[in-house]
Design a protein around this ligand. Sequence first.
Ligand code: ATP
Length: 475
Amino acid sequence: MSDHSTEYQGSATMDKITSLAKRRGFVFQSSEIYGGQNGAWDYGPLGVELKNRIARNWWKEMTQLHDDIVGLDAAILMHPRTWEASGHVENFTDPLVDCKKCKTRFRADQIPPENLAAKKCPDCGGDLTDTRKFNLMFETHIGAVEDEAGIIYLRPETAQGIYVNYKNIIQSNRMKIPFGIAQIGKAFRNEIVTKNFIFRTCEFEQMEMQFFVKPGTDVEWFNEWKKRRWAYYEKLGVRMDSLRWHQHGSGELAHYAKDAYDIEYLFPMGWKELEGIHNRSNYDLTRHTRYSGKDLQYIDQENSNERYIPFIIETSAGLTRTLLMLLCDAYDEEKVISEKNSGGSEGISGETSQETRGSADDWRTVLHFHPAVAPVTVAVLPLMKKDGLAELAQDIRSGLKEDFATDYDQAGAIGRRYRRQDEAGTPFCVTVDYESKENGTVTLRFRDSMEQIRVHKDELATRLYQEIKAYKRIK
Ligand code: ATP
């Protein structure tokens, strides 16, 4: 599946991303003081903001901007028959092999075919065991007695919660085909290989949308959703030459799929799946009909009560994987020649001659997040703590709080504070200086261009809205 033929263009490496994420409070290892828990990660103050904003952005895209899609938040624990009907009990397995010598466990589909054929370990050359199936679902027990009857699963995907509610939603919300149901939530998989930071974890979040269509229109809708999901990433400002399509060959197609494409991203470790767009045919609702005994046919009242089991087009993205993608995509190390200051503030350039006027070897680490997902939208910085500048800056911040995610920083030289905000991906900084006291204007600094302009404080909110709406990534 991986293809390293295209060279990675960005300056991110997984090591740099992992260490920045920890240093700045995006992502921490779960239970770190106990040595960490494999496959689980905690999202710190900047990380949870970023994650929530990505989720909100996706939610807006899929529901608010589409009249024919509604939302759902289904339970993680579902009736165990769900997973028999879905095929997960039988088919949701990875092929595993173990090395008898070094004891490393591999997914058979992720080691070189020649090693698999020769049954030789790719790490130490030792003998490999036969391939066997390993089910990825986490199984636990519900109720006081740990017996067969109490077995319950942590859901391995959010999709099934949508299928089992499809009739409820038609009835309660008078939905007519074609329509979609969107859901964001946790999913759990007992993944064996969990390297590459948060790329593949045992506990993660998905953003899934299931679109119910009339059989025969499925190919058309499949192509439409491929187009829309591609356009979504473009709108988010992702480097489009780092995205590509990968069509599943017949050997790769899941048991339910009629056709499937992945959107892959060129991560530092190579091309990897970001989102799947699948034509699931009528597999899911047919199976749930059979296993539940309930009639899940759609009755088309506008078409002489024609009955059919809808086909489903699914768009399935990982929320936490999208967060990793955006961290990698936004990451840059740039040589800073000088902070541009078209605002003409004496105070700024005077104060920051060391850091921001810059020498040839002045570098900054910057995250070019789209303002719609950046953890902090605007940081307010008083040039000095004294002479009432800190109070004025706090006032300005208070005025922006209701509408924007704000930060306030008065510690250290202004240039260093800009660097800190650049590294957190804050698209706008507002600097309050002596001129602000005189005429109410402040400096508005743009993260990507480092350009600075002067704006009246009363016009800041309107200006920020305009800038967010018009945002285009420049590098
Ligand atoms: P893979 O083949 O990589 O195991 P998959 O094809 O089984 O993944 P899907 O079941 O289609 O993945 O899941 C949809 C999306 O959910 C994926 O595109 C990915 O973004 C995300 N995802 C799946 N498994 C994980 C995981 N273990 N950790 C984080 N994100 C995941």
